[in-house]
Design a protein around this ligand. Structure first.
Ligand code: PGA
Length: 260
């Protein structure tokens, strides 16, 4: 399926920062202030930061009154209980979080998060009015073995099994090829296009063409000011999830303003 004119109106460009385990409190707040001042009340693109848990409340206070979305980098699938070290959706909501990353490849690979948890986490986020961004993507080995489509279909299907058609507009997906994350190696526009249309086709299959046409799929993996324009010009790429280049205003602002 390709992008229609109508759907491009619904699919507002989405530029998201994944700060991972970086920055300190002062730097996180400084960067937020800079973004806030620069963005004004602009609403032609959606901008969000996914901050470390311990800074969420402070970033929420600083970003208040601006259009910047505030996200956490993970959430537990239960709303409370004996889960030492975990954070629940109601807790996130409580400190002003409105979105969350689910299944980032670093969570899956380093912390051995299981595929079957993703849908439950999405369910929990939606139930507490938090917008999930599901991360999917293949390893280099899977790509070499021609398994990209199979991997993406499996990851998307198993996670979205927990979502009703009426809720799907509250979600988005970030396609992040694992070989491109933090490596400086970026997917070519053709590779991104292929992967994004695979993801969109699964959405169409599960929820219908109309839903798929308005659903946003972001690209992540070594996005920089030098490649963002090419990536954003791929018809099925609706935004970018940015790690390393989101940590400083001078590298992140040009990404937000990729078309100016
Ligand atoms: P990167 O990270 O931009 O540093 O490659 C992207 C991500 O992991 O979300």
């Amino acid at each position: 399926m390709s992008q229609s004119e109508d759907s491009s109106v619904l699919r507002k460009p989405y530029i998201a920062a994944n700060w991972k385990m970086n920055l300190d409190r002062a730097k996180a707040l400084d960067l937020t202030k800079t973004l806030k001042a620069r963005l004004g009340d602009g609403d032609d693109r959606e901008v969000a930061v996914f901050a470390p848990f311990v800074y969420l409340a402070d970033v929420a206070a600083v970003s208040q009154g601006s259009p910047i979305g505030l996200g956490a980098q993970n959430v537990h699938w239960e709303k409370s209980g004996a889960f030492t070290g975990e954070t629940s959706a109601p807790m996130l909501r409580d400190v002003g979080v409105d979105r969350v990353l689910i299944g980032h490849s670093e969570r899956r690979q380093i912390f051995l998060e299981k595929e079957e948890w993703m849908g439950r986490k999405i369910r929990q986020a939606l139930d507490h009015d938090i917008l999930p961004m599901l991360c999917v993507g293949e390893t280099l080995d899977e790509r070499k073995k021609g398994k990209v489509a199979a991997v993406l279909r499996r990851q998307v299907r198993s996670a979205l099994d927990w979502v009703e058609a009426s809720e799907i507009h509250r979600l988005c997906i970030a396609y992040e090829p694992i070989w491109a994350i933090g490596t400086g190696e970026v997917a070519t526009p053709d590779q991104a296009s292929e992967a994004h249309s695979i993801v969109r086709d699964v959405i169409a299959d599960m929820f219908g063409d109309a839903v798929a046409g308005s659903f946003r799929v972001l690209y992540g993996g070594s996005v920089s000011k030098d490649n963002v324009r090419d990536l954003m010009s791929v018809p099925d790429v609706d935004g970018v999830l940015v790690g390393g280049a989101s940590l400083k205003a001078e590298t992140f602002l040009p990404i937000i303003e990729y078309d100016r």
